[in-house]
Design a protein around this ligand. Structure first.
Ligand code: HPA
Length: 273
């Protein structure tokens, strides 16, 4: 489907008719990292299903709500529940959340996700600040007719994960008790976890972690020149690293274990960007 600028504007106009301010920071929460949303002050909550031309979350660990409010004295909007290719959406549909952010005035975006650690120096519970990504699977979300109001047809992604935001994230990790790395995130479509051979290939290609989200949102942010920070929580060692099977349950347990410390960390970042 070829979307028009008007298509995205209809969603934004609906949201703007409810929220009387422009949020400065937009955050998309990854699997099991949704606790964070309960800390937002003076919340205004909008169900995805009420927003025209928006999508609905089909994954149980993703709430499906847009939450506006304040945190650390800043106006923010938080997407509790994201959309993934494996749910059956086309890559081109996955531009919708970030374009909504852009149109309602968001100036900086933070993406969070649960990921499998490919780098064997990483441990479960570590944080990876994404410095670059590898996406060899599937189409670009920016395929189709280009919408010039958002950005140019061809665009640079060299500095997609904004260096100054990564520096703040590294600094905020000091004294947090969280082991933090800067690394490369590799996208796989899911919903199956990767094979051990895919993980060995990912490691050879330079990946430090793998996951099923984030890159489409990052590319959409780059297209519309939105400064971006992406944080991966290592919820498991990737397939074949340890002699065990992977499960969504294990991912959820690991995410829940770190959720509070991770929320404090993200709050500190919000205060400092
Ligand atoms: N692979 C892909 N996505 C994931 C993983 C993984 O190992 N862990 C959490 N999300």
């Amino acid at each position: 489907m070829d979307y028009s600028y008007e298509y995205f504007k209809i969603s934004a106009d609906y949201v703007k008719s409810i929220v009387p301010y422009e949020p400065e920071i937009g955050i998309i929460l990854g699997s099991g990292l949704g606790n964070f949303a309960t800390e937002i002050e003076n919340p205004i909550i909008i169900d995805y299903k009420d927003i025209p031309n928006f999508l609905v979350s089909t994954v149980q660990s993703h709430a499906g709500k847009l939450i506006f409010g304040e945190l650390e004295g800043k106006k923010i909007v938080c997407m509790a529940g994201r959309f993934h290719f494996y749910e059956g959406y086309d890559f081109e549909q996955l531009v919708i959340p970030i374009r909504l952010f852009k149109l309602i005035g968001v100036k900086k975006t933070i993406l969070t996700n649960a990921a499998g650690a490919v780098n064997t120096d990483y441990n479960v519970g570590d944080i990876m600040i994404v410095k670059d990504h590898i996406k060899l699977n599937g189409a670009s979300p920016l395929c189709g007719k280009n919408i010039e109001e958002f950005g140019p047809r061809f665009f640079d992604v060299t500095d997609m994960y904004t260096k100054s935001l990564r520096e703040v994230a590294l600094k905020c990790a000091e004294g947090s008790g969280l082991a933090t790395h800067e690394g490369v995130y590799m996208f796989f479509t899911g919903p199956q976890f990767e094979t051990p051979a895919e993980i060995r290939a990912a490691r050879i290609l330079g990946a430090d972690a793998v996951g099923m989200s984030t890159v489409t949102e990052a590319l959409t942010a780059a297209h519309c020149s939105m400064p971006l920070l992406a944080l991966s929580v290592m919820t498991n060692m990737a397939a074949g690293v340890l002699d065990c099977k992977l499960s969504d349950e294990e991912v959820g347990i690991a995410a829940a274990k770190i959720a509070d410390r991770f929320a404090s960390y993200v709050k500190k970042i919000i205060a400092n960007i």
